[in-house]
Design a protein around this ligand. Structure first.
Ligand SMILES: CC(C)(COP(=O)(O)OP(=O)(O)OC[C@H]1O[C@@H](n2cnc3c(N)ncnc32)[C@H](O)[C@@H]1OP(=O)(O)O)[C@@H](O)C(=O)NCCC(=O)NCCS
Length: 177
């Protein structure tokens, strides 16, 4: 889906787009923060420029192959990446698993909820039927994002947490579209 590399989605305060090489320094800065990485299922710690370059290259390939759609987002008022949301698609085009992060200085301002809500709308237009997300039991903010999206609790699942170096039993959330 090459055209998705050029797609831009707008919300009231944000623009969402595919990641590119220009985002590498911001990825290193925000994802290099242990306080951010330790809650996520795909960010190792420490996090280097090589990790970010590989992530961007892999993410762009996965968009073209329609495996995972990664959206980064910037504020309309000021350029610069403030966060990212991933939509990991199943092979059947029915379901996707969502993950999100927002850089430390930008947290607590509703950006994750605003961007995630836009991605949920986009998932609906793609014809997806079901979205899932996982959150560490202590990650009340991420659980808050899932609940604000209308997701409901759906048990527990062991998920990778690369920064911690071991999988963690996470709370699962589901949204039927
Ligand atoms: C989780 C994360 C993406 C949230 O980003 P954010 O932009 O700060 O989130 P929002 O401002 O949209 O807040 C979402 C909701 O969380 C809830 N929330 C916030 N703080 C909370 C707390 N301490 N306890 C319970 N709920 C809380 C609120 O319902 C809030 O909505 P509200 O502002 O309308 O009240 C961000 O904190 C982050 O990147 N954390 C590190 C990485 C991470 O945890 N990723 C998710 C892995 S599962």
């Amino acid at each position: 889906m090459d055209e998705l590399l050029d797609l831009k989605l707008h919300t009231e305060r944000l623009v969402l787009r595919a990641p590119d090489d220009g985002d590498v320094p911001a990825f290193v800065r925000w994802c290099g923060d242990w306080e951010l990485a330790r809650w996520t299922a795909n960010i190792p710690h420490p996090y280097t420029a090589a990790d970010a370059e590989k992530f961007v290259a892999d993410a762009r390939r996965a968009i073209v192959d329609a495996r995972t759609l990664t959206f980064v987002f910037e504020r309309l008022e000021a350029p610069g990446l403030v966060g990212a949301i991933g939509l990991g698609l199943d092979g059947a085009g029915e379901e996707a698993d969502m993950g999100w992060w927002v850089g430390g200085p930008f947290q607590g301002q509703g950006y994750a909820s605003e961007a995630a809500s836009c991605v949920v709308d986009f998932a609906r237009t793609m014809g997806l039927r079901r979205l899932t997300a996982g959150a560490h039991p202590d990650n009340l903010v991420s659980q808050g994002v899932a609940r604000k999206l209308g997701m409901r609790s759906a048990g527990r699942l062991l998920r990778a947490q690369p920064a911690r170096g071991h999988p963690v039993e996470t709370l699962e959330f589901v949204l039927t579209l």
